[in-house]
Design a protein around this ligand. Structure first.
Ligand SMILES: Cc1cc2nc3c(=O)[nH]c(=O)nc-3n(C[C@H](O)[C@H](O)[C@H](O)COP(=O)(O)O)c2cc1C
Length: 194
């Protein structure tokens, strides 16, 4: 698959097979993230890779519990409101039981933290598609970046106190065998040739 095809057929996959991709394959995806550009060539995006099913289940339970204590206000971003509402019903699994979760973090006081991590995450999603792996950006840990319970949990798994959680990515083989590649029409993202 060439680069354009990998970009144009990438979609979010939200149903995963239980089987764990081998470490070499996961490593290729992470390498694509590490080769993303960064402001001033900073190279401070930190990739924290979770593959332990029990740890992921524990994390999902913790995230569900912390969201369930929050209230969605009038101005709450729709996706965050959905997470808060789903968690109040219990059993909210933010990572769709994918076998791999890669959390991205970056320096707290760095102005390009989010932009650099977004470049890395997109590189990883495109690489995953080219390698026949499904993936989906997972933002819940970013929304909970200032939650002390979640931060303490992530410190135990490699997050540094000087870092902010910028995003995340789930990865795995799609339940159907092939990643979701159903075309999604573009109605937005306007282009102006000035
Ligand atoms: C910044 C960002 C945050 C996202 N957060 C989530 C998320 O937390 N959970 C989820 O299921 N999808 C998440 N997505 C995936 C979007 O819902 C998805 O990209 C969008 O609906 C378009 O569909 P596609 O990825 O299949 O093209 C996120 C995407 C982006 C770019």
């Amino acid at each position: 698959m060439d680069a354009m095809e990998a970009i144009l057929t990438r979609r979010s996959t939200r149903r995963y097979a239980e089987v764990m991709p081998d470490r070499e394959l996961i490593g290729k995806v992470i390498e694509a993230g590490r080769f993303a550009p960064s402001g001033g060539n900073n190279q401070t995006t930190h990739f924290i890779v979770f593959t332990d099913k029990a740890v992921l289940a524990e994390m999902a339970e913790l995230v569900c519990h912390e969201f369930s204590k929050m209230e969605a206000g009038e101005n709450t971003y729709a996706s965050l409101r959905n997470s808060i509402n789903a968690s109040k019903k219990g059993g909210y699994v933010f990572h769709y039981n994918a076998p791999v979760l890669i959390v991205t973090a970056n320096q707290k006081d760095y102005g390009n933290a989010l932009a650099d991590s977004a470049c890395a995450l997109e590189n990883m999603m495109i690489a995953a598609n080219a390698l026949d792996l499904g993936s989906c950006w997972i933002n819940q840990l970013h929304w909970l970046d200032e939650n002390e319970t979640i931060r303490s949990y992530l410190y135990k798994h490699g997050l540094l106190e000087s870092e902010t959680v910028t995003g995340g990515l789930i990865l795995g083989f799609a339940e159907s065998g092939q990643p979701n590649r159903t075309p999604l029409e573009r109605k937005g993202n306007p282009v102006t040739w000035a």
